[in-house]
Design a protein around this ligand. Structure first.
Ligand SMILES: Cc1cc2nc3c(=O)[nH]c(=O)nc-3n(C[C@H](O)[C@H](O)[C@H](O)COP(=O)(O)O)c2cc1C
Length: 334
């Protein structure tokens, strides 16, 4: 079954140790033991989102995932976590096979430490130049993620990144494509361009096995592509890292907050450091509020533009089967 797709995915699945080279990208609060194990057990590759977890919490999460998963899974670490090297030690203790380093340039020694522990390292370069640099530094594979994706995003669309990076690197390296993938036809297209596999987040966030709050899931099922908007920076002095999330009261208030802080700055009531901190702290805890507490008004409902293709709760296995079926049909028509 799915023989054409599987053959195009062969390098990627051999690297991951999964049946199919379909990663479920780590999603903070969402990608915990239940979803991760469900993805891997269904033949994809689940990745635990460490996010801001302490080393002890990560330790417990990996142990719990191991108890549920019968197939390999990975761990996603955020490079600016203050205890990154302790988190790496936790992954090493558990013999985690694949670690994704997200959120910026991996600090000196981090790739080496992971490789010394026997883990395969996956990096997420925003440009071709950084892609080459990460490979030189020892990355075993890359995920290129375009701005259609949910969560923290770069400025360039998946379709453009794929055209810039795949022809240069995909023959000799493993490159997975992420961002905006909602159907199998798109998977087939990127595989034909040389991708070793794909990574999806939004499409899996509301699977039956996901612990996301029912109201978070409802917001996804109701939303269209145009509702998943990137946060906008209002004042050039106050940097905002773009995050793609569903429009809600929180996103409107964030704009108002930026205007207010800019005014306080103009009036000399706050200094630049305080102003920037107020902007940075606005969303603290906001993803947890939406995913876990179901506060879809004030929380951050991170979602990619493919959210319009997520219309109902389905088991992970059904989603993967649907994606593979669509890819296979598309390839058979070629
Ligand atoms: C709710 C949510 C939370 C996310 N959290 C993280 C994260 O903690 N670390 C990370 O590297 N990527 C994170 N992402 C990005 C995903 O791993 C994945 O690359 C992305 O969702 C793929 O694009 P798509 O949403 O268009 O499928 C998140 C995405 C979403 C939707």
């Amino acid at each position: 079954m799915y023989s054409k797709t599987k053959s195009l995915m062969a390098r990627g699945s051999a690297f991951l140790g999964s049946d199919y080279a379909i990663l479920c990208g780590a999603m903070s609060w969402v990608s915990e033991r239940n979803l991760v194990a469900a993805i891997s057990n269904a033949g994809g590759f689940g990745v635990i989102a460490c996010g801001a977890m302490t080393p002890d919490l990560l330790d417990a999460e990996i142990a719990a995932t191991k108890a549920l998963a019968t197939k390999p899974f990975g761990v996603n670490l955020i490079t600016m976590h203050p205890l990154l090297f302790d988190l790496i030690a936790v992954c090493a203790k558990h013999g985690v096979g694949h670690v994704v380093l997200a959120g910026g340039i991996p600090p000196k020694g981090s790739i080496e430490a992971l490789k010394a522990a026997g883990a395969k390292v996956i990096c997420i370069p925003p440009t071709l130049a950084l892609a080459r640099k990460y490979l030189r530094s020892g990355a075993d594979a890359l995920v290129i993620e375009g701005s259609e994706a949910g969560g923290h995003i770069g400025p360039v669309a998946t379709s453009v990144l794929a055209q810039e990076i795949l022809p240069e690197l995909a023959d000799d390296h493993l490159v997975f494509v992420a961002g905006g993938i909602g159907r199998g036809e798109a998977i087939a297209g990127y595989l034909e361009m040389g991708a070793a596999g794909v990574q999806l987040g939004t499409r899996f966030a509301c699977a039956s096995e996901s612990i996301a709050h029912p109201d978070f899931k409802k917001a996804f099922f109701r939303a269209n592509a145009r509702d998943a908007v990137a946060s906008v920076q209002v004042d050039p002095r106050l940097p905002v890292i773009p995050v793609r999330a569903l429009k809600n009261k929180g996103t409107e208030e964030f704009t108002a907050k930026q205007l207010e802080v800019a005014r306080l700055l103009d009036e000399g009531q706050v200094d630049m450091t305080e102003a920037q901190l107020q902007i940075e702290h606005f969303w603290a805890g906001a993803l947890r509020r939406a995913v876990i507490e179901g506060d879809v008004e004030n929380g951050s409902i991170m979602a990619g533009q493919s959210v319009g293709m997520v219309t109902q709760e389905e088991p992970v296995a059904a989603i993967i089967a649907e994606l593979l079926g669509e890819s296979e049909t598309a390839l058979a028509r070629r």
